[in-house]
Design a protein around this ligand. Structure first.
Ligand code: CA
Length: 619
């Protein structure tokens, strides 16, 4: 065989794999993305990616009432074909036989159009009536030890390694749903559950290697669908964490891309500069902008080019597929300002066109209000940008809440920090749709921020659960779990009791220490009270400039009123309430919703040092 031919054979062997050679009479189809779709979607167009050795040589035909192939796109890589189907409103659920023919070879693929479980407008999303519980599936509970290692996965489990895989999974989460329900949260956000088949540090989930497949170490797609169903049965919602900015370097379409420009390429490795400011900066240079939008998140996370139309559609359809398949209630989008912002806007629009009452929160990790508000839908940005994003992560408020209780009040310090964040709410079109939080999987845990002081922790949770917005807790926060943001492995420690053989279980009263129980019950009491309090969900907010280390605010409607008092002084104080008469008028007493005690004298209220007092006012 001439050298050139041998070389070509070797390349073909690498490209197609030996199995393709073994069955060379078959037309090779390794994947169809999405694997199925639904009849009756609002958007009739569907892009179907077909991947297999030299699949572009095949002729494609199909016949199905109400469905037709409107066009076919082939790319520079012969292993791809993109079929564009028009699925009319008349098309019924069923199986579409799609025939692939090449020479004497022929293969029929049965493509399923499923029946929708409910209409797009019946997906109601999450909102300020909810409290979200964020958990890292690898670190919460190991419900199935048999999936700790799965053949074909590059990283093996190692619980002794801080950055290793510890074995937590979907079944583990399912086994703790009653714990979460009793705690009083109403929505779950799991860090990404999709496959991360990377060599190391895959536990966090943010290097997705297959956008259509749950990581087998967490379970199957079906396990995730069932988890969502069980979560719904317990009266809670499911928010899925998605990443469009980057993929894992082991992603199949990164290793054999349909087009070179699916991933941003540089002559030599180039990092993102991680400057979200580029997204809004009217004076940004091209070199900085390119580095921000096209630089890689890290060496193992290649940057995706969402300006490639085929990839853009692939990602948008992927999110819709998961909403429909798993019956999601919301999406949390990672690194929202990193991809091209016109694409992110188009993505939000398409999801909300299909599911008008759905909710999406974009991670905008910035502590300046104008940098976060810019992305929220209907913001009046002078550059005309319309982000279409309903909700943003409220990092400015997080920052204030993490600092306020550690300081004595000054002109801008202490409680004034919270006040000065809230006065900027004019910049948000929907401040009550902001996701508010004390901490998350990337930053120092709140307990550590306040020196593990239980009184300060209570103040933080009381404020979080009564201010405007959608509160989000981070697993372990309810028991005051510490963790420094400088060490992600420790920050994302295992929940004690989630693993067989753990010396104690914080999922039970008996397994928690006295101070853990004290905090747990404090938070749980407020959470369970909050569930039915529309005045907290949708009531107005009025606050009074903090004075003498005391911050008073009210959540109120025409008929209900809740008074929240934060005493940032170390000493007990007696608050004379005349200054708050415009909100106290008409009320004679109150119930302290934590102690359940009645406050019969509203003129003068005794406040313990470093405390929060939540009073439901009575007529
Ligand atoms: Ca496991």
């Amino acid at each position: 065989m001439p050298a050139k031919l041998i070389l070509r054979s070797v390349i073909l062997l690498i490209l197609f794999g030996s199995s393709a050679f073994a069955q060379k009479q078959q037309i090779d189809i390794q994947r169809i993305d999405p694997a199925f779709w639904w009849a009756g979607m609002k958007n009739p167009e569907l892009q179907v990616l077909v991947y297999g050795a030299n699949i572009s040589a095949a002729t494609v035909t199909m016949r199905y009432p109400g469905v037709e192939i409107t066009r076919i796109e082939k790319t520079e890589n012969p292993n791809y074909q993109f079929l564009f189907l028009n699925i009319s409103a008349e098309a019924k659920p069923g199986v579409i036989p799609i025939t692939f023919a090449s020479g004497k070879k022929k293969r029929v693929l049965n493509y399923e159009l499923k029946k929708r479980e409910k209409s797009g407008s019946e997906y109601t999303g999450f909102n300020a009536s909810d409290v979200i519980y964020l958990l890292m599936p690898d670190r919460f509970a190991n419900g199935d030890e048999t999936n700790d290692y799965v053949a074909g996965m590059l990283e093996k489990p190692n619980r002794a390694e801080l950055f290793g895989r510890h074995g937590g999974d979907i079944k583990g989460v399912e086994s703790k749903l009653d714990y979460l329900k009793d705690l009083g949260v109403t929505a779950l956000w799991l860090n990404p559950v999709l496959e991360n088949n990377q060599a190391h540090s895959t536990y966090h989930g943010y290097a997705i290697s297959d956008f259509y497949k749950v990581d087998p170490r967490f379970g199957t797609n079906e396990d995730f669908r069932i988890l969502t169903k069980r979560t719904h049965e317990k009266g809670m919602k499911m928010i899925m964490d998605m990443v469009f900015n980057h993929a894992g370097s082991e992603t199949w379409f990164v290793k054999d891309p349909p087009q070179k420009d699916w991933v941003h390429q540089f002559p030599e490795y180039t990092n993102s500069n991680y400057r979200l400011s580029i997204s809004i900066d009217p004076y940004a240079s091209k070199v900085d902008t390119d580095k921000m939008q096209q630089g890689w998140f890290d060496r193992h996370m290649p940057d995706l080019n969402q300006h490639n139309k085929l990839l853009a559609t692939y990602l948008i359809q992927n999110s819709i597929w998961w909403i429909e398949y798993a019956q999601l209630d919301g999406i949390r989008m990672d690194t929202h300002p990193y991809p091209y912002k016109d694409f992110m806007s188009a993505w939000c629009k398409q999801v909300l066109d299909e599911y008008p009452n759905f909710n999406i929160v974009g991670e905008v990790w910035e502590e300046r209000v104008l940098l976060t508000s810019y992305f929220q839908r209907n913001s009046k940005n002078s550059d005309g940008y319309q982000g279409n994003l309903p909700s943003i992560t409220d990092f400015p408020l997080k920052s204030a809440l993490n600092t306020a209780f550690n300081e004595r009040d000054g002109w801008e310090e202490g409680l004034l920090r919270i006040y000065y964040v809230l006065i900027q709410d004019f910049a948000y079109t929907e401040p009550n749709n902001n996701v508010i939080f004390l901490d998350n999987h990337d930053i120092t845990r709140f307990a550590t921020s306040v020196g593990e002081d239980i009184n300060k922790q209570k103040m933080g949770f009381a404020a979080l659960l009564t201010l405007r917005g959608i509160p989000q807790l981070f697993y372990g926060g309810e028991i005051g779990m510490p963790g420094d943001g400088g060490n992600h492995g420790k920050l994302r420690a295992d929940m004690p009791g989630g693993w067989k053989g753990d010396t104690r279980s914080v999922f039970t009263e008996a397994g928690r220490t006295a101070s853990e129980n004290e905090l747990f019950h404090y938070i749980s009491t407020i959470l369970n009270w909050r569930k039915s309090k529309s005045v907290i969900h949708n009531g107005k907010l009025m606050h009074f400039i903090p004075e003498n280390g005391i911050y008073v605010y009210f959540r109120y409607t025409d008929t209900e009123s809740v008074m929240v008092i934060l005493n940032n002084n170390s000493e007990e104080k007696t608050l004379t309430t005349q200054r708050f008469n415009e909100r106290l008028q008409g009320f004679n007493s109150a119930e302290n919703i934590v102690t359940k005690q009645t406050v019969s004298n509203l003129q003068s209220i005794v406040l313990p040092g470093k405390s929060a007092t939540i009073l439901e006012l009575r007529k």
